[in-house]
Design a protein around this ligand. Structure first.
Ligand code: SF4
Length: 294
């Protein structure tokens, strides 16, 4: 729980506040934009929730915050906010909330399917979320986009006897025991609806997951940037190779999708033609950046 004595000075006066342990993961600003905003490299409360809907959103942000940096002066029951997760995104795809500090507050998602649910990247192993996912059919497969967003994967896989999938190039020592290692640069059809597409760049073994040619679970390869109002990737968080990431981005032009659901950054839903335009513009920007640097 956030500590009153660590409350950031920049918070507006009142009930909800952020303390100085915030790691700037952005999730509270996505979940409750009427309450939280950015200040430097942290979040603050810029306006206290006024309506029941705003308070509910602020409590969902509190539940999701990976570092428990959001607090309240008054007592609130978070029961309903806890029960809100997994939260429907579209169709049978859910956002898990309950982010983990060890994956720097990355978003994770659940695909609910009769043939077995898929957990994309790892949320915090929090008992209310575990119980709810169990009620929704458990987890058959855990798809890990890359080595940074694996958080509590061992606990999730152990609890549900799930098969984990990651690219061999990201299977560092602690991930070497993962059940299914993808190799090479070619896309791998996991089943008729799920395609794993290696996208080296952010990390050497980064891989995105395309579901039903509609949902792209993009990890830290690609996201919607609020600042640029565009699909984006960032050289500053490219740990392996920017030229490789640019080539990986260009290969994504071979596919159609309407949703980009990232680990970090904003989600976006566009028509597949608009998404393609956005992707082409993103590739062009990445190439320009490469040329400017050479
Ligand atoms: S969710 Fe928590 S860690 Fe993330 S930006 Fe908000 S206060 Fe900071």
């Amino acid at each position: 729980m956030a500590l009153r004595e660590l409350r950031l000075r920049e918070n507006v006066a009142g009930d909800f506040f952020v303390d100085n342990t915030c790691i700037d993961c952005d999730l509270c600003r996505q979940i409750a934009p009427d309450t939280f905003s950015s200040f430097g490299d942290q979040s603050i409360v810029y306006r206290q929730p006024e309506t029941p809907q705003q308070q509910f959103a602020a409590l969902k942000a509190l539940v999701t915050c990976p570092t428990a940096s959001i607090g309240t002066e008054k007592h609130h029951s978070a029961r309903e906010a806890v029960a809100a997760y997994p939260e429907l995104v579209d169709g049978n795809v859910y956002f898990c909330g309950f982010a983990s500090e060890s994956s720097y507050g990355a978003s994770s998602y659940l695909i609910v399917r009769p043939e077995g649910n898929v957990l994309v990247d790892s949320p915090r192993f929090a008992s209310p979320l575990v119980k709810r996912i169990d009620e929704m059919g458990g987890v058959r497969t855990m798809f890990l986009t890359h080595r940074d967003d694996v958080a509590d994967h061992e606990k999730w896989a152990g609890r549900f006897n799930a098969e984990r999938i990651i690219h061999r190039d990201d299977a560092t020592r602690s991930l070497a025991s993962i059940e299914h290692l993808i190799s090479g640069r070619d896309a791998v059809e996991l089943d008729k609806e799920l395609l794993a597409i290696p996208t080296p760049g952010h990390t050497r073994g980064h891989t995105v997951l395309l579901y039903r040619n509609r949902f792209l679970f993009s990890g830290d390869h690609l996201w919607w940037s609020e600042a640029y109002d565009a699909l984006n990737a960032s050289r500053s968080v490219c740990w392996y190779s920017w030229p490789e990431q640019t080539r990986s981005m260009e290969r994504l032009l071979d596919y159609r999708f309407e949703w980009v659901l990232p680990g970090h950054g904003r989600r976006v839903h566009l028509s597949s033609s608009l998404m393609r335009e956005q992707l082409e513009a993103c590739v062009s920007r990445m190439k320009r950046l490469s040329r400017a640097a050479s």
